[in-house]
Write a protein that binds this ligand. Sequence first.
Ligand code: SF4
Ligand code: SF4
Length: 377
Amino acid sequence: MTLVNKQTIDKFVLWRETEGKRIPYDFSIEITERCNNHCRHCYINKDSNDKAALEKEMPLSQIVDIAEEAVSLGTLWCLLTGGEPLLRRDFVDIFIHLKKLGLLVNIFSNAATLTPDHMRLFKSYPPRSIEISVYGVSKATYEHITQTPGSYAKYLKGLQLLEDNKIKYHLKTVIMRSNYHEASAIIKYCRERSKELVRYDPFLCLRYDNDKKNNAIIKRERLSAEEIVALEKRDSGRRAEIKKICEGAKTRSGVGTRVIRCAAGVDSFAISAAGKYQLCQTLKHPATVYNLKKGRLKYAWEVFTPKVRSISSPKGRYLQSCACCLIVNICHCCPAIAYLEEGEMDTAIGYFCDIAHARAMRFGDRKLTQNLIQPKK
Ligand code: SF4
Ligand code: SF4
């Protein structure tokens, strides 16, 4: 029998006790930069045996320290990500430690290295969810993207293991030039096979290590604004979401001079593969990163983060573009993305600006795109 208890949110004890307080409900942690695949679009992957990446990895004790302090600050769940987190030899120990702290644990994986031992682990200590990326519905497309022969069969085997053992998972995808021809089939496959909300993302960000050769590949994999809008036009859910945001934008007056205008550091934070504290996984500007060797997480959360969130921009070009942009909420340009593209947080990035404008023209109102200066291409 299923008991359904309908309560309004203000009746939840957790809500009552945390209302008005600033609490880091969740954090993500990159436990490795290494990966068994070599995906074309990836912003982080290093080879499975990359020596420098291995040396950089946080030891188990450091991960546990961070998690313990996070729990003392009120954290409820965390995300283990990478690279491919399952490549860590001590993955099982990391996972069990986090679970024993009472955390709900999400895992991002490509499923290729899942084993029957992982199934036994997940039956004893269920993860909150496992999110698996699907790059194609054919071996040719999948392996063209992963650039790893044999990866398609391994990923399918991993999915089958999860299904056979009734371990909950979600499928998601990244749509890019190399799988655009299969986009509809991939999204359909994800929806049918994981029976839960599927996330698809056509927004490729550049690499954290700023590797020029790989960045050039990522740029070639990016879809044009027209292709992205065409994809979204076929998706009623996405269409409705963008339309709703555009409706709200009509009464906005821009976002002001603050550079960070999203939820980064509001109720979550991230830890990089090198053990540095960040407001979100992508935000790498040195002024926004805190070295946890110099101080505690509590300081990073309570003192450092509000200071970073209050950084404002004096740049005229920024103040006349993103800062007063009515369509900022349908734009994927943000300080993290801008820093990876141009080395500065307060700048509009032409590619993302074009996409936002195309979305507003197609799903919103042409008037929303007026009064903006064109960013540097
Ligand atoms: S990636 Fe950009 S928009 Fe997303 S949380 Fe980070 S800074 Fe904010
Ligand atoms: S990049 Fe363009 S669309 Fe995006 S917030 Fe800035 S001005 Fe607006």
